[in-house]
Structure formats: C-alpha cells, structure tokens
Write a protein that binds this ligand. Structure first.
Ligand SMILES: Nc1ncnc2c1ncn2[C@@H]1O[C@H](COP(=O)(O)OP(=O)(O)OP(=O)(O)O)[C@@H](O)[C@H]1O
Length: 291
C-alpha cells in the first residue's frame, strides 16, 4: 500500500523563520497517527503542507502518492480554528458539502448532527466553539476521505465530548479504513487512540514509529549516578537526569537491558514523549537535592 505521506528533507521557512527543517518521514497507510510537539514546533505547518495550503521551501512531499493538493477529494482537513460560515445554517453546510464532494455520505452527516443534539437550522455563527469544531469534523468525515488530517481537533471539546469524538473517530476509521493524522497536546488521548506517533520539536522529527515498537524499545534506567557516555553502543540516550547520587536515563534499545547496575522499567507513551520534549527543550538535567 502507498504511504499516505512521504516527506524527504522537507523544509518550510516563513521569511527568515524556519518552521520545518529537513523532515524525512514516511507514514504508512491505515494508521491513526498522533503528531505531538510543543507550541511552535511546526505541527500546523506540516499539516498545511500536507493539504497543499502551503508550498515547501525545499525538499519533497507526497500525499496519497501524489503532490499535496492533487487528491483533495480524498483528503479531509480540519484546521486548528475549525472555520465554518457564520451566516449559514448547519443544514446549509451539509448541502454545501454534498454539492462539493462526490463521495459525500449524507446519512452519516445527518446522523452525526442528530447524535450531537444540534439543530440543523441553527446558524453556525451561533454555535459554541466545541459545537463548531464538531460541525467542521462532521463535514470532513462525511467526505469519506482516505486521509483525515485534524489539527488539534479536540482542543475545544469538553472531556465527555472529547471522549465521544475520539471513540467515533476510531469506529469510523476501523469501518472505512481511513488513515488519520491528528495533532494534539493531550498525550493521554493519543495513547488511547493512536497506533503511530511522531514527535516534532523545533521543526525537526525527533522520533516516528509504531506506538507498540516505540513503547517496546524505550526503557527507563535508574541506578547510581553515572556518566551516560559510558552506555553500551546499542543504547541510544534520549534523556538523562541526575541527582547527586542517582541517575535516571531514558534509552532506546532493541535488545533487552539486563545490566544489574540498573533498575529497568518500561515507559508509558506519555513518559516517552516527555523524555523527548524535555531533552529537546534543553531543560536542566542536573537535579540537586532540595535543601
Ligand atoms: N504565517 C506565518 N508567518 C510567520 N511565521 C509563522 C507563520 N505560521 C507559523 N509560523 C511560525 O512557524 C513556527 C511553527 O509554527 P506552527 O504553527 O507550525 O507550530 P505548531 O507546532 O502548530 O504550534 P501550536 O502547538 O502552538 O499550534 C512558529 O515559530 C511560528 O511562529
């Protein structure tokens, strides 16, 4: 199956500001991909490049095997600010969607609006932020796209709506074999939903891969204070934190670690992401004991 997204040395600059730098990335089809990174990491830039809304400064990008924007009928996109037409009703939006999209699923759109308890005659401008996001998501999903790109889709939803939305997204993707790329700061949500993860910091891909592989190959080591430079070759250091007596390391290793000097633990996805983010942020790594 063709990769849904393939980037080679993809770079995007806004004037002198480099938002993405030399990103090389392959996202296989059929995954629900979580894209995480701190504010300003380049997530929206990458998603907008994938939709053809921005053009790369250098490097190449293909989406569903074609240039971005060439297969728009197969790509559903919800931008971070979930834009809708304030003066049009919900029903107008659905009619508009039916008119513009050859694969439109009117039944799905109507069922979703009814399940959300929304009045089809209500103007979009009168919806709450969360309801507006749900309308934008309904429009994207009813296209029955091969690839759904969601830029922080759950940010404005309340906790129950967030859980319900992610649940319906998982059901939809399982039924339709749709690939999804969604950015979020809510790692616990991604842990429940995603089977593929990309961590982006300062415009660079720090790690990308199947969630099960990532969780299986990252380990937390705790032991007497040491110099991480002494780690064996097969262990890639991701994070190191030290007190005067103790070191806590996060390492990536495909081989099991059976050194008796370490207490070895597995990491949750959230801890794994935080290890990359902490390291990339250059946080103080020497933690002296409190006096
Ligand atoms: N239109 C623009 N003009 C100039 N700089 C921009 C523009 N859009 C984004 N940037 C800059 O590019 C960098 C990446 O921004 P981007 O919006 O892609 O990050 P993000 O990871 O989506 O952030 P957030 O989590 O805050 O939404 C930031 O430094 C941002 O200031």
């Amino acid at each position: 199956m063709t990769d849904v997204l393939h980037a080679e040395r993809l770079t995007k600059s806004y004037g002198r500001r480099r938002a993405l730098a030399d990103c090389t990335l392959r996202i296989p089809a059929g995954r629900v991909v979580g894209l995480v990174g701190p504010n300003g990491a380049g997530k929206s830039t990458l998603l907008q490049l994938a939709c053809g809304l921005l053009t790369p400064t250098s490097g190449t990008l293909s989406v569903l095997g074609a240039r971005p924007g060439a297969r728009l009928a197969q790509v559903g996109f919800v931008a971070q600010d979930t834009p809708v037409y304030a003066g049009l009703s919900i029903a107008d939006h659905l009619r508009f969607g039916a008119h513009l999209n050859p694969g439109w699923d009117a039944g799905l759109a109507e069922r979703r609006i009814a399940a959300l308890g929304l009045d089809p005659e209500q103007r979009a401008g009168r919806l709450s932020g969360g309801q507006r996001a749900q309308l934008a998501l309904t429009l994207a999903v009813a296209k029955r796209p091969q690839l759904l790109i969601l830029d922080e889709p759950v940010a404005s939803l309340d906790p129950l709506a967030r859980r319900e939305f992610l649940q319906s997204l998982m059901e939809f993707t399982a039924e339709q074999e749709t690939s999804v790329v969604l950015s979020s700061h809510l790692i616990a949500d991604l842990e429940r939903t995603c089977d593929y993860l990309i961590v982006l910091t300062a415009g660079r891909v720090q790690v990308a891969g199947e969630v099960d592989d990532l969780v299986g190959t990252h380990h937390r080591l705790t032991g007497a204070r040491c110099d991480p430079a002494t780690l064996p070759g097969g262990q890639e250091l991701i994070y190191a934190g030290h007190t005067t007596k103790q070191s806590t390391l996060v390492v990536r290793s495909t081989a099991p670690i059976d050194d008796p000097a370490w207490v070895v633990e597995s990491l949750s996805l959230e801890d794994l992401v935080l290890a990359y983010l902490t390291e990339a942020a250059g946080r103080t790594r020497v933690l002296e004991p409190q006096r």
